[in-house]
Design a protein. Structure first.
Ligand code: MLT
Length: 312
């Protein structure tokens, strides 16, 4: 049978490059997390972990590619909260979020900021809410497609204020940010790993942070909890996956390299500059990640069904 051969192959994993699929365009926040982790994992695995951006359909195109890849550890997925929300948002997914992957471990939780083009009229969150309620679909909101974190944040914001906006989907919030800075779109809610630099450079207007506490990296930006929209909260968790059936010995090697990356001073420092930090190491295990993903699918299902927003 093939079992002994596969077992022998797993023993010498990795003997060539590993591909880390990022299901969004290069230059976005998911890509930023992936490249930092991949660089450190390359060193500890002794083989290049090469990031490949596969955008489209809010992250489900890239995730689907990994679900169908050979279960040998040479194709892995770095994805975020969208892995959980897409299970409900897409009623005809070509894969099963909960059974077609092996979880390798959680990576980081990233806060989000609601940001506007620099010329957008409202000066603060309260004025922004009044503005959106008045302009409705005259406000152009950019996201990375149904299933992305920017989509989820926009959906929660529109539900909280009871007003729709016009949404424009991009292959990732890297390209979306270019249009926001250029003034082609009005508003976007995105992860601090993508927005911190632009906010500090004064290229966009920051209206609020979506986590309960203010950020050390952006201390002057109020949280929505402080006043403008108390119930509006979201943070974007990221996790690492392999296809279902990847041998445990291989998952363990990938997990060991992930744990090393999460303790890498360079990764920790860069994450801190970008408003985030690695998850506590006890959360970066396959078992915790698997349970957490199932809980997140269950958590977001009623929220998405209540909002009545589906991709297909
Ligand atoms: C998202 O909105 O899900 C991400 O920010 C997309 C990306 O990383 O480009």
């Amino acid at each position: 049978s093939v079992a002994p051969f596969a077992a022998a192959k797993a023993q010498d994993f990795p003997s060539r490059n590993v591909t880390m699929i990022v299901p969004f365009a290069a230059g976005g926040p998911t890509d930023t997390v992936a490249r930092l982790i991949a660089e450190s994992m390359s060193r500890s695995l002794g083989q290049q972990v090469v990031v490949e951006n596969v955008g489209g359909a809010g992250g489900t195109r890239g995730a689907g590619q990994v679900a169908k890849a050979a279960p040998d550890g040479y194709t892995i997925l770095l994805h975020h909260i969208g892995q959980a929300t897409s299970a409900t948002l897409y009623r005809k997914l070509p894969y099963n979020v909960l059974t077609d992957f092996e979880e390798v471990g959680l990576v980081t939780d990233v806060p989000m900021t609601m940001i506007g083009k620099s010329t957008l009229e409202p000066k603060d969150a309260a004025a922004l809410i009044a503005y959106v309620k008045e302009k409705k679909d005259g406000v152009i909101y950019g996201n990375a497609g149904v299933g992305s974190a920017s989509h989820l944040c926009g959906m929660l914001f529109m539900s909280a204020i009871g007003t729709p906006m016009t949404t424009v989907p991009y292959q990732g919030t890297g390209p979306a940010m270019n249009d926001l800075v250029g003034g082609q779109i009005d508003l976007m809610c995105d992860q601090t790993t993508n927005t911190t630099g632009q906010i500090k450079a004064g290229k966009v207007k920051a209206y609020g942070v979506t986590t309960p506490n203010r950020l050390k990296s952006l201390p002057d930006i109020p949280t929505f909890k402080e006043g403008a929209l108390p119930g509006f909260e979201i943070a974007v968790w990221h996790g690492l996956y392999a296809p279902k059936g990847t041998p445990k010995v291989t998952i363990d090697k990938l997990n060991a390299a992930l744990l090393t990356a999460l303790q890498d001073p360079k990764v920790i420092a860069r994450f801190a500059d970008l408003g985030t930090e690695p998850v506590a190491l006890e959360r970066a295990t396959p078992e915790v990640h698997e349970k957490f993903l199932a809980a997140e699918v269950a958590k977001w299902k009623p929220v998405i069904e209540q909002a009545g927003v589906f991709a297909d």
